[in-house]
Write a protein that binds this ligand. Structure first.
Ligand SMILES: Cc1cc2nc3c(=O)[nH]c(=O)nc-3n(C[C@H](O)[C@H](O)[C@H](O)COP(=O)(O)OP(=O)(O)OC[C@H]3O[C@@H](n4cnc5c(N)ncnc54)[C@H](O)[C@@H]3O)c2cc1C
Ligand code: SF4
Length: 504
């Protein structure tokens, strides 16, 4: 048996299952990494996403070589010829690959015609394997994040005091979610200057003239495990102590606030979830940090991230096609071109995404996704956009976050009510409205904020469906008490704007 290992672009960790299975034999084990130009053109990816993945792969290949593996690195159009050439060159009798995180890629591997068998070994990049999650989910009527998160805290003994949660409560969010104050001292982010490898990837991508999205430079993301660890360390010392209170706030020009910016690294395998969680817990114990920030952050990685991965693999493949509200509007073109909108919140965040491929959770959920939801954009169109535009986007995290959480297109598998809101929320949690052509308080009239009339129009169009959800009754009661003339004006404004957005 002559095993060769195929390492995929989001499996860049020397402890990953396929490499770990041949660790003892590494000097005699051929390894291949493949940059597929064809695969990269599936959608108009953010140019920085391509730089990140390809540069991280090239750096990882170097790291494996320095550890003694026999590494082949190919830059090609398609995977099959490159793999078959490699099989022949090294007389490989089994290609071993770790199960991809994305089902789409597993399908691709299963359909690939190779000159020897391919063996897919279970993925160890998540704390809960697919089988673990299925076992947890089997006995439950509803797959609630809160139950899953508590099970994770107990299973991995994180922030536990025996069988009880540290601090006596599972959740300290009441102390978090504060609106921004004036002159908040946001800590600077840790960015990097491209090295020679990264710069050559940037130059190649420029010369390929891909019809990608966003700006390729300045490229400031880390591309190695060492840099990813430095970002984690920077987060722990500079941002974690006050992560909690302002994690939902949005401030003009502040791209990352107190957020960790580790999702691109976690999703490529440059960081592992348990090492992140353990480092956070140790910092808490060592420096007596506030529990609301610590618990709030651990909930993201141990709770939300693992839960999204589990749900993605638990649901049928047609989950991505969900459309509970039957929304069919096209995506407004300003999502691709930030300068085409004069709505300040959207303009600010979309400009930031063009520059960096990044926005924090509330910017994604309560502004970018919320607007598409209340306008009635097709969930698949907005999902395609998120998938192309974000530096940390992968199929597993995209479907659950956009189709499920953001668009409620799964009818409530993931969220107990739609994340829809008027301008009130943005006005409270950001400073965007102060500099906008529209008035956050107006629902109708010339200056009315589109978030307002689209929100009330959304509630009115979907009253019956929303009533069945139960958790929107207070707002639906408010809608019923609204003056009929005002409702008519709201409908006609929403209608006019929809026409305008369609034809831009
Ligand atoms: C519409 C929408 C689209 C999203 N798209 C992506 C995406 O493409 N890739 C992605 O990794 N996350 C996505 N998320 C989840 C979350 O917004 C990002 O993980 C987070 O903003 C990344 O920034 P950060 O590392 O600074 O996060 P922090 O706020 O510092 O959080 C720490 C970590 O927790 C994890 N996390 C928190 N929430 C989630 C979640 N809902 N799902 C998965 N992981 C979570 C991430 O790994 C993140 O790095 C999306 C959320 C929404 C609502
Ligand atoms: S007024 Fe409306 S469009 Fe303008 S920033 Fe506020 S929420 Fe956004």
């Amino acid at each position: 048996m002559n095993i060769g290992i195929w390492v995929l672009g989001d499996q860049l960790w020397s402890g990953q299952a396929a490499l770990a299975s041949c660790e003892q034999e590494r000097k005699h084990t051929p390894v291949i990494l493949i940059e597929s130009r064809h695969y990269a053109q599936q959608r108009p990816y953010h140019k920085q996403k391509l730089v990140l993945v390809w540069s991280a792969m090239r750096h990882f290949a170097q790291e494996l070589r320095s550890q003694g593996w026999q590494v082949t690195y190919k830059i090609v159009d398609g995977f099959t010829p490159a793999l078959n050439d490699w099989i022949e060159e090294y007389n490989i009798t089994e290609v071993r690959v770790m199960n991809p995180s994305d089902r789409t890629f597993t399908r691709l591997i299963n359909n690939i015609q190779l000159n020897c068998p391919i063996n897919i070994v279970p993925n160890n990049h998540f704390l809960w394997s697919i089988a673990d999650f299925q076992k947890w989910a089997k006995s439950r009527k509803r797959l609630l994040l809160e139950d899953f998160y508590r099970a994770g805290r107990k299973r991995f003994n994180i922030l536990m005091d025996g069988s009880k949660p540290v601090g006596g409560k599972w959740n300290f969010d009441k102390q978090n979610r504060q609106p921004p104050r004036h002159n908040l001292p946001t800590p600077p982010a840790l960015w990097f200057t491209p090295d020679e490898i990264t710069q050559s990837v940037i130059n190649e991508i420029k010369s390929l003239n891909f019809p990608g999205y966003g700006e390729i430079e300045p490229f400031r993301w880390g591309v190695t495990r060492q840099q990813a660890l430095a970002v984690l360390e920077h987060f722990i010392t500079q941002r974690l102590p006050t992560f909690g209170p302002y994690q939902d706030a949005m401030i003009t020009g502040e791209e990352t606030m107190w957020h960790s910016m580790i999702s691109p690294y976690l999703n490529l395998g440059l960081l592992q979830p348990l090492e992140v969680i353990t480092a956070i817990e140790q910092a808490y114990l060592k420096h007596h940090l506030e529990l609301n920030s610590i618990e709030g952050f651990i909930r993201q990685v141990l709770g939300w991230r693992e839960y999204m991965y589990g749900i993605y693999h638990h649901m049928d493949e047609d989950y991505s096609q969900g459309n509970w509200f039957n929304h069919t509007e096209p995506l407004p073109d300003f999502y691709w071109h930030s300068s085409h909108t004069d709505m300040n919140c959207l303009h600010q965040i979309l400009t930031q995404v063009e520059h960096t491929g990044y926005a924090h959770h509330i910017q994604r959920l309560m502004v970018l996704s919320n607007f598409a939801l209340i306008v009635g954009v097709s969930p698949q169109e907005i999902e395609e956009w998120f998938h192309a535009a974000f530096i940390d986007a992968h199929d597993w995290v995209m479907q659950t976050n956009v189709i499920g959480m953001g668009q409620f297109a799964d009818g409530g598998v993931l969220a107990s009510k739609p994340y829809a809101s008027s301008a009130n929320y943005i006005h409270k949690m950001s400073d965007y409205c102060g500099n906008c052509n529209y008035n956050a308080r107006d629902r109708t009239g010339k200056q009315a904020c589109p978030f307002n009339f689209f929100y009330w129009d959304f509630l009115s169009r979907h009253q019956e469906k929303l009533q069945s959800q139960g958790r929107m009754n207070l707002l639906l009661g408010h809608l019923k008490r609204m003056d009929a003339a005002e409702i008519n004006q709201i409908h006609s404004l929403a209608h006019r704007w929809r026409q305008k957005l369609r034809h831009k």
